[in-house]
Design a protein around this ligand. Sequence first.
Ligand SMILES: Nc1ncnc2c1ncn2[C@@H]1O[C@H](COP(=O)(O)OP(=O)(O)OP(=O)(O)O)[C@@H](O)[C@H]1O
Length: 198
Amino acid sequence: MAPTGQEGKQEERTIVISGPSGSGKSTIINKKLFGEFPDKFGFGVSHTTRSPRAGESPGESYHYITRDEFEKMIADGGFIEHAQFGGNYYGTSYATVDDIARQGKRCILDIEMEGVKQIAKSHLKAKFLFLSPPSPEVLEQRLRGRQTDSEEAIQKRLTQAVREMEFARSGEAPHEKIVVNDDLDRAYEEVKEFCLSP
Ligand SMILES: Nc1ncnc2c1ncn2[C@@H]1O[C@H](COP(=O)(O)OP(=O)(O)OP(=O)(O)O)[C@@H](O)[C@H]1O
């Protein structure tokens, strides 16, 4: 039977973008995708127990909550994924994702590797894209070029990047697509196509 258009809108799968620090997630998602489609997509803001840094705004960079509040949300099953880094909790709540869907927008999440594994096992309907730097050498140049990280932070990010790149290419990873961010405009076109398709 031909579709009538009255079947009810199929809920769009949440888009989960992952990739090493410095692979270009902020550049491609925040600047380019949200720049071109300000109303179509909504960014799933994480919760954290860490304190806001200068220049960060609550509800935009993170939702800032206390450890007690975070632990209560864990106990209530409020998180799709959560983890601890550097003594602080970080997580993505079901409520955040639901709010974006209610606004009629497609949710985009920027999630690190352990979170990706948890989402893949959760009830969230999601599709996964991995944004890869062309090589660890180019990643190192870009991390140095953006001048936001100490030498120690750069070395840590590089070690973690190699792990993530190996995971993304392993059979264990849930990624439907790997985009190599060599040429920015080309990489953006690939990410955009992924985000616009069901
Ligand atoms: N295709 C590209 N060619 C050259 N430089 C790029 C390209 N894509 C991104 N960059 C630069 O690489 C640096 C890292 O990019 P960006 O900050 O977007 O990474 P990120 O994945 O969001 O990192 P983090 O997870 O640490 O926030 C930036 O200085 C950005 O301008």
